[in-house]
Each structure stands twice: as structure tokens, then as C-alpha cells.
Design a protein around this ligand. Structure first.
Ligand SMILES: C[S@@+](CC[C@H](N)C(=O)[O-])C[C@H]1O[C@@H](n2cnc3c(N)ncnc32)[C@H](O)[C@@H]1O
Length: 262
């Protein structure tokens, strides 16, 4: 099993942990791209289809192909009522299983940090879109603390529990631009997307992030019951909690878009 499959093997767990925020940031990303409707799209690293569903709802595409290395994620994606249009298949961003010029637009939603060779992936996306086609993506700003899981990471770090998050540096806005430039894309633009993250109470937060999925879920799985109690206490101290028990903070992602040479 690859590292990606290890981290993201269960589509339902992903949905509980972070799928709701994937959708919110995905909507803002699509609004920013402002690409015409009725196009042929490729969704790279589609995971459990959280973004694919948003793409279909907002862009009225003519067709959507979606790939991910994790069959566990794909089986969940295939059950989504709003993603019936998409053709889901197993694949790797670094060797896309499509002929040249197959799509009008290719996106990579919250994926770039998990890819060993991001420039190769961007080059592949450029290869499979037609000349002038769109190639775009976004990733939580991990060095800046923009990922919705940041409070959990901070609490784990404060207890000296290591969380191994791959590819942190490439989620910087300047690095994402650099990857697009090195791949040969043109008319490159970047922006920061900010979203509110809201949990109704501590249990809502805990149940979302303690599922055994992703880097923090895997770290929690290895903790003793005593360590878990300590972690909960640390979180209760640190989380921005209102008088009504609601937990509210901001998450932010860096987005990049470019066009394939004509
Ligand atoms: C954080 S999830 C994002 C899923 C979805 N795009 C979303 O917006 O919710 C990252 C996804 O990247 C996938 N991934 C990891 N390595 C990959 C690779 N080499 N090629 C394509 N996808 C990959 C993982 O399997 C996982 O589903």
C-alpha cells in the first residue's frame, strides 16, 4: 500500500474529518476560476469525491474524469448522488492514464502536498488539457497554519507527539507558483482562499478529527487512553470556544491557476 493509500484509505472517515471543509474551499476556488460551463474536466486526486461533487454542481461540465490512487476513497465517491456524471478510476497524478489534449480543464484539489514530484504532476495535467486549457489547484497553507486541522496539530505538538505531514513546503503560495512555472504553464495567477471553520461544540470537533484517517488520525490511533485524555484537556484549553460552546476559527488555502501554451 502506498503512503497516500495509508493516509487516505477510507472515504467515509475522510468525509467526517474534513470533507465538509473541502467542499467550502472548493466552492470558493471554482468561483475564483470563473471558467465557462459545459467543459470536459479532469479532477486529479479526487479522493472521496467531495470536490468532484462541487465541480459538477457549479460548473455544469459536459464530462468529468476523476482519478485517485485509493480504491477505498473511490468506492465512496461512486456512491455520491451528486457525482454520478463522473467517471472514477484508480490513477497517479504523475502518470495520468489519458491521451494528450483530452480535457478542457484539469484541477488538483488539496493534493499537491501528497505527490512526490509535484512538477511532474503539473506537467502531466498540462499534457492532458488542450492548448489554452486550464490547469489549477489549491492546498491548505500548511506552513502558515491554514489547515482546518491546525488546532489538532498544535495540541499534538505541544504534547511532543509527532505528526508526519508530507510536502508542507509546496503548499506555500510562492512554491505553488514556482511548480506551475517550471511545468511550463502560462498566465499564472495565485490567491489565498479563506473560509470560516465552525464546530457546534467540542464533541463535534473531537468526533471529526479523531477518526483513524489522515496524519493526525493515525497519530491518535497510536496513543494510549491516558495520552488521549491529555490531548482532550489540551484542546479544551486551546480551542477558540464561545460561550455557547461553539468553536470558530479560520482556515486558508493557497490556490494557483494557469493556462497550457496555445
Ligand atoms: C486531502 S485528500 C483531497 C481529496 C479531494 N480532492 C478533496 O478535495 O477533498 C488528498 C488526496 O490525494 C490523493 N493522492 C495522494 N497521492 C496521489 C497521487 N500521486 N496522485 C493522485 N492522487 C494522490 C489521496 O489518495 C487523497 O485522496
Amino acid at each position: 500500500m502506498s503512503e497516500a493509500e495509508n493516509l487516505f484509505a477510507d472515504g467515509e472517515a475522510y468525509e467526517r474529518r474534513i470533507g465538509r471543509w473541502s467542499r467550502v474551499v472548493g466552492e470558493a476556488f471554482i468561483d475564483w476560476l470563473a471558467i465557462p460551463k459545459g467543459l470536459r474536466w479532469l479532477d486529479v486526486g479526487c479522493g472521496n469525491g467531495a470536490f468532484t461533487e462541487v465541480l459538477i454542481a457549479r460548473c455544469a461540465p459536459a464530462a468529468v474524469s476523476a482519478i485517485d490512487p485509493s480504491e477505498g476513497q473511490l468506492s465512496y465517491a461512486r456512491t455520491r448522488p451528486g457525482a454520478k456524471l463522473a467517471e472514477f478510476r484508480v490513477g497517479d497524478a504523475q502518470a495520468l492514464p489519458y491521451p494528450d489534449r483530452s480535457f478542457d480543464a484539469a484541477t488538483m484539489a488539496l493534493v499537491i502536498s501528497f505527490i512526490p514530484d509535484p512538477i511532474k504532476a503539473a506537467t502531466e495535467m498540462m499534457r492532458v488539457v488542450k492548448p489554452g486549457g486550464w490547469v489549477a489547484g489549491y492546498m491548505w497553507d500548511m506552513p502558515g497554519g491554514g489547515i482546518p486541522l491546525e488546532p489538532m496539530y498544535r495540541a499534538l505538538r505541544s504534547l511532543c507527539i509527532a505528526v508526519s505531514v508530507p510536502g508542507i513546503e509546496v503548499s506555500r503560495r510562492d512554491k505553488m507558483r514556482e511548480v506551475w512555472e517550471k511545468a511550463g504553464l502560462q498566465s499564472i495567477d495565485t490567491r489565498v482562499i479563506r473560509i470560516p471553520v465552525v464546530y457546534s461544540d467540542f464533541d463535534d470537533f473531537w468526533q471529526s478529527f479523531s477518526v483513524p484517517e489522515g496524519p493526525s488520525g493515525q497519530a491518535i490511533r497510536k496513543m494510549s487512553p491516558l495520552e488521549i485524555e491529555q490531548l482532550k484537556m489540551r484542546l479544551r484549553d486551546q480551542l477558540p470556544t464561545g460561550r455557547d460552546g461553539q468553536i470558530v476559527y479560520e482556515a486558508f488555502a493557497n490556490a494557483v491557476s494557469g493556462r497550457a501554451p496555445s
